[in-house]
Design a protein around this ligand. Structure first.
Ligand code: PUT
Length: 341
C-alpha cells in the first residue's frame, strides 16, 4: 500500500436535535461563527446552498446541515468534530435561543487507520467519555465484526415519562420532549469499482457537474438541488436539498488503496429498495454498512420494517445484522458483501 495515496474517507457523524423553543433557530448562527467552529474541527466551508428548511454546507472534509433545531456535522480525514461540540452548544444557547438538547447521535464506521486519528477520535472509549461530559449518561453501541464495525452513541431511551428522563439529563442537555417523524439512511461503502472511482478525478471529469451526471448521482433522488464539488486531483463531495426539507449527501474517496463512498439522506420514502439499488448501481462497492434510523410515525418506518428482514440486495447478501430500539427510534444495522461470482 502506498502511504502517499492514503486518505481516511470514513466520517465521524454527529447529529444534535434541540427541543423546540419559541423563536429559536440554529440558522441565526452566522457564517463567521460557523467558520470559527469549523477551525476547531480542522476543516472549512467551501460551498453553500439552502432550502427553506435547511442550510447545507460542503466542507473541505465533508458536510454540515443546519436547520431550525437540528445540527448535523459529518467530517472525514483526521478532523476533530467532537472538539467543537461545547462551542456549538454555547452558540445554540446564546445566539440561536436553543438551551435544551433533545437528542444526540454520534456514529462512525471503523476507520481504515484508527491510529492516525487525533484525540478523542483515536478510540471509541475516549469519544464516549467526551460525549458523556457534554450530555450526561449516554448509551454506546458497537455493531458488527471488529474490522467493519459501526459505533453509535445516543442518549437514553425515550421509554418512560418525560419527567423521569429529564431528571437523567444535566442542565446543559436536559429536555427530552417533543419529537417529530424522522428517518435517516446511511450506506457506507468500501472497496469500490475502480472504473467508477475514476469518474471522481480531474483527469477524467472536467468538473463536478460532469462527475455528478456521469455517475448517475443526479438520478439517485429526483428533485434535489445539487451543490457538488470535485477536488484536485481527485475526490468528490455533494449536498442535495429538496423543497420538502429533505437532504442528501455523498462523499467519495476514489484512491484505489482506500476507496470509500458514503451516502446519507433523510428522504421520506415508504421503501428504500429503489434508492439502495440506485446507490449500489452507481458505485458498485465490494461491501457496505447499511444503517436505517426511523421513528415509528415516519414514512421510513415501513421501509425500515422491510429491511428488518435483512433481504439480499441485488448481488449483495447480509453478513451481519442487528436491530435495536432506543430514543424513540428503531435502528437497523447490516454489513453486506457481494456474493462471490
Ligand atoms: N445519523 C443519525 C441519524 C439519526 C436519525 N435522524
Amino acid at each position: 500500500e502506498n502511504n502517499d495515496q492514503f486518505f481516511e474517507g470514513v466520517e465521524k457523524l454527529i447529529e444534535i436535535w434541540f427541543t423546540p423553543a419559541k423563536n429559536a433557530d440554529l440558522r441565526k448562527i452566522t457564517r463567521q461563527q460557523w467558520e470559527n467552529v469549523l477551525k476547531i474541527v480542522r476543516c472549512e466551508i467551501i460551498s453553500f446552498t439552502q432550502s427553506e428548511q435547511v442550510d447545507a454546507y460542503v466542507l473541505s472534509e465533508s458536510s454540515m446541515f443546519v436547520s431550525r433545531r437540528r445540527w448535523i456535522l459529518k467530517t472525514c480525514g483526521t478532523t476533530t468534530p467532537l472538539r467543537c461540540v461545547r462551542a456549538v452548544l454555547g452558540l445554540a444557547r446564546d445566539v440561536a435561543g436553543h438551551a435544551r438538547v433533545h437528542n444526540v447521535f454520534y456514529s462512525r464506521r471503523e476507520f481504515a487507520r484508527p491510529a492516525a486519528q487525533l484525540q478523542p477520535h483515536d478510540n471509541f472509549d475516549s469519544e464516549v467519555k467526551l460525549l458523556d461530559s457534554f450530555f450526561g449518561d449516554g448509551r454506546a453501541y458497537i455493531m458488527g465484526p471488529e474490522k467493519d464495525c459501526w459505533y453509535l452513541y445516543t442518549l437514553l431511551p425515550l421509554e418512560g415519562t418525560v419527567d423521569a428522563l429529564e431528571k437523567e439529563h444535566t442542565d446543559a442537555n436536559e429536555g427530552v420532549g417533543l419529537s417529530e417523524p424522522d428517518q435517516t439512511i446511511e450506506i457506507l461503502m468500501s472497496d469500490l469499482e475502480p472504473a467508477v472511482m475514476d469518474i471522481f478525478t480531474r483527469q477524467y471529469s472536467a468538473d463536478a457537474a460532469a462527475a455528478t451526471r456521469e455517475s448517475g448521482i443526479d438520478k439517485i433522488i429526483p428533485g434535489m438541488v445539487i451543490d457538488d464539488f470535485l477536488f484536485d486531483p481527485c475526490g468528490y463531495s455533494m449536498n442535495g436539498v429538496a423543497k420538502d426539507g429533505c437532504y442528501m449527501t455523498i462523499h467519495i474517496t476514489p484512491e484505489r488503496a482506500c476507496s470509500y463512498v458514503s451516502f446519507e439522506s433523510n428522504v421520506a420514502v415508504a421503501s428504500y429498495d429503489e434508492l439502495i439499488a440506485r446507490v449500489l448501481q452507481a458505485f458498485r462497492p465490494a461491501k457496505f454498512v447499511l444503517t436505517v434510523f426511523a421513528t415509528p410515525d415516519s414514512p421510513g418506518a415501513s421501509a425500515a420494517r422491510e429491511l428488518k428482514k435483512f433481504p439480499a440486495l441485488g448481488a449483495y447478501s447480509p453478513l451481519e445484522t442487528q436491530h435495536c430500539r432506543f430514543s424513540g427510534y428503531e435502528l437497523q444495522y447490516a454489513l453486506y458483501a457481494k456474493f462471490p461470482s
